[in-house]
Ligand binder design. Structure first.
Ligand code: GCV
Length: 692
């Protein structure tokens, strides 16, 4: 080879390497920029949102593209008589048309936001294998409020956050506008997220002071052109803490007046403020029950304060009390179901996907389908508090989909049709995701965690989109066009959540984690103040069997489901195997559909979970040379950690179950690496996401 050729070759390699260098900052928006930047994008009105859409397209469309951004009200567009009627405020269409005698690809909605979503959808179409020639798209979001919940504290820690400090640099706001705020908004807009609750539901009243309202307003200014509204978590006792009142009783006119004045003040700073999210009378937070008032009294009082400004209240149903001896899984239903029909029309009740707390698997929350007169907002947890934090690879698309597709037992109704309002004709609908975003360079602590943020947004836009197509779409945009990488990533992702279920406790077991920080196994824990904080409360394992009897012979939680579902769950033979021990106390020796005993099956699940992680490692090794170095290595390292921790979960759990049931492991099964005392002695301090 001649020297010149060598130099050119080396330069090409260097450039290729540079082009591929990737640290995860760009998320799924990695499609290459094009040389012909700026050509061929016309915008009929230069509003801030349409100019953002134009900029997005101008740098990413292929050379020679000819696109027009408009809204249905533009005279030239309305003359085309396109089907805008079904698009609502945020839907879009992308169509080849002729405008002023010239062919162009029209991207348009009824509003600028719709058009922006159309532009971003066109880019997604191109980044996932579509062409300009086949770019005919139409979509309307099925859910109105698609909102991230940041559990971010004002001291910049994040409760259950595993991706570094809070993205919001509260201290330097509102003066310094970190460019990441724009990048955050852009990423959210690309998946249709249109709201963000900035602060933790375990709220401090300080976030409602003028100083913090100004900080929130600065963020709202950044997010507004991207179609994203800002919301705040409200501390219910703020009238006492900030207003000097003697009470926060929602029925007290002075309290209502304080909130009204506070809402007016917020709207002066943030004219499109979305409203309040409230955690009340839950885990020590103040609320209306402190005064003998109901959750509806509290929610409606706040709703009245924001109503004149078009605001809403998202009132959480995550309540349970140490004074209530009944099954924790029943308490939210018991408290909220009787309130159906009493909430103001700008209130949504925000319900976690399951009745306990974001476990690796939970049956759908019985409130879905039980409060037909109330809009119920879904709350998923994107951050993986119980699924291995940032380090374990667990794609949550299948978890989200499993809950949304669950039938409530009322005809054809599913959780998704409750949430999207189609069951009862509610127009105010919403889905919330507890964010997994922090100041880490890659935003979510790992590349694959970004997929959970992505999947949440896409499913909030359309709960019927499948977890698998979403994974494929994400992998294609994140890793590029090589099919071997995409197929590997998707295969790993699709079974990864089930693997976590397997190695942390399958067959309906839940809440078996260590105390406080929730890192690692602790099925033996039985000494915490509140009974329902102890894992032994949930598994109820004894010498003969394991599982929580929630039938009529036990807590009768099954009766909270519609009769068709309750009947099925009342009998272990008709209960889905994956939920068996959630609803039944079952003998260790019960014969399972597999022909093995329950104990043997449980052991097999632990082994299957560990084996799946080992398999993910092998698959990822196979694409080592096809993925950029930094993201490949971080993922590979985390898979090593995950395999070690999956074994830890398996071994610790098996050691404990054997100490309870006195049984041996089936022949050929590996014994735990240590004895039970060793696992019990493990303690961890300074675990991320946990603080007291
Ligand atoms: C914000 C669980 C978490 C808490 C969280 C709570 C909630 O209990 O461990 O950190 O608090 O859920 O959703 O309010």
């Amino acid at each position: 080879m001649r020297a010149g050729t060598r130099i050119v070759g080396a330069l090409a390699l260097l450039l290729a390497g540079a082009a591929q260098a990737e640290d995860g900052y760009r998320l799924w928006l990695t499609a290459p920029l094009h040389q012909a930047a700026g050509t061929g994008v016309a915008v009929l009105r230069a509003t801030p949102t349409l100019m953002l859409a134009k900029n997005e397209l101008a740098t990413r469309l292929p050379a020679g593209a000819n696109v027009t951004l408009a809204t249905s009200g533009d005279a030239a567009v309305s003359a085309l008589r396109l089907p805008f009627a079904t698009l609502g405020d945020e839907g879009y269409l992308v169509r080849p048309v002729t405008l002023a005698g010239r062919p162009t690809l029209l991207v348009a909605g009824n509003t600028d936001r719709g058009t922006l979503y159309g532009a971003l959808a066109l880019l997604r179409h191109l980044a996932t294998g579509g062409t300009m020639a086949n770019a005919t798209l139409t979509s309307t979001p099925k859910v109105k409020l698609r909102v991230l919940n940041h559990w971010d504290n004002l001291d910049e820690t994040v409760e259950r956050g595993y991706a570094g400090d809070s993205l919001w640099d509260w201290w330097t706001l509102p003066d310094r506008i970190d460019p990441r705020y724009t990048d955050y908004a852009r990423a959210n807009a690309s998946i249709g997220i249109n709201g963000t609750v900035l602060n933790n539901v375990n709220a401090k009243a300080d976030s409602l002071t003028p100083r913090y309202i100004a900080k929130a307003a600065a963020l709202a200014d950044v997010f507004r052109p991207w179609g994203i509204k800002v919301y705040l978590s409200a501390r219910f006792s703020a009238p006492i803490e900030l207003g000097g009142l003697k009470t926060a009783d929602p029925r007290d006119p002075a309290v209502a007046a304080w909130w009204k004045a506070k809402a007016d003040e917020i709207y002066r700073a943030i004219p499109d403020f979305g409203g309040f999210l409230v955690k009340a009378n839950s885990e020590g937070q103040p609320g209306p029950r402190d005064y003998g008032a109901t959750h509806a009294d509290g929610a409606n009082m706040l709703a009245a304060a924001v109503k004149p400004h078009g605001g809403i209240v998202m009132w959480r149903a995550f309540v349970y009390a140490d004074t209530d001896p009944s099954d924790r899984a029943k308490q939210a239903y018991t408290e909220f179901k009787p309130l159906d029909g009493t909430f103001a029309d700008n209130v949504l009740v925000q319900v976690k996907n399951g009745a306990i707390d974001f476990q690796p698997r939970e049956p759908f929350h019985p409130l879905f389908g039980a409060m037909p007169k109330t809009p119920l907002m879904m709350e998923f947890q994107i951050t993986k508090e119980y699924l291995g934090f940032a380090t374990h690879l667990a794609y949550l698309g299948p978890l989200f989909q499993e809950t949304l597709a669950s039938k409530t037992g009322r005809g054809a109704e599913t959780v998704a049709t409750v949430v999207d309002g189609s069951s009862e004709g509610h127009r105010l609908t919403g889905m919330a995701g507890v964010a997994n975003i922090g100041r880490d360079r890659d935003w979510s602590g790992s590349t694959f965690n970004q997929a959970n943020w992505y999947a949440f947004g896409r499913l909030a836009w359309d709960p019927a989109l499948g977890a698998e197509p979403i994974a494929r779409e994400w992998a294609r945009q994140t890793f590029g066009t090589d099919r071997r990488v995409i197929d590997t990533a998707v295969t790993m992702m699709m079974g990864s959540r089930e693997a976590v279920v397997d190695y942390t406790g399958a067959l309906g077991l839940a809440h078996l984690m260590a105390t406080g920080h929730h890192y690692g196994p602790g099925p033996w824990v039985d000494d915490l103040k509140r009974p329902e904080w102890n894992p032994v409360y949930y598994h109820k394992a004894d010498r003969n069997g394991i599982g929580f009897d929630r039938t009529s012979t036990g807590s009768d939680a099954v009766a909270q489901y519609a009769p068709a579902i309750a009947k099925r769950l009342a009998d272990p033979r008709t209960t889905p195997e994956r939920e068996l021990l959630w609803f039944h106390h079952v003998a260790w020796d019960r014969t399972m559909p597999s022909g093995r005993t329950l104990w043997q099956d449980l052991v097999a699940h632990y082994d299957r979970g560990v084996a799946y992680v080992a398999d993910m490692r092998r698959r990822w090794d196979g694409v080592r040379d096809l993925v950029d170095r930094e993201r490949w290595e971080k993922t590979a390292t985390y898979l090593v950690v995950q395999e070690r921790e999956a074994r830890w979960w398996r071994d610790a759990s098996l050691a404990y179950w054997m100490s309870v049931n006195g049984r041996q492991l089936p022949p050929g099964v590996d014994a735990p690496a240590h004895d039970l005392a060793w696992y019990k002695a493990q303690t961890f301090r300074y675990v991320p996401g946990h603080y007291d």
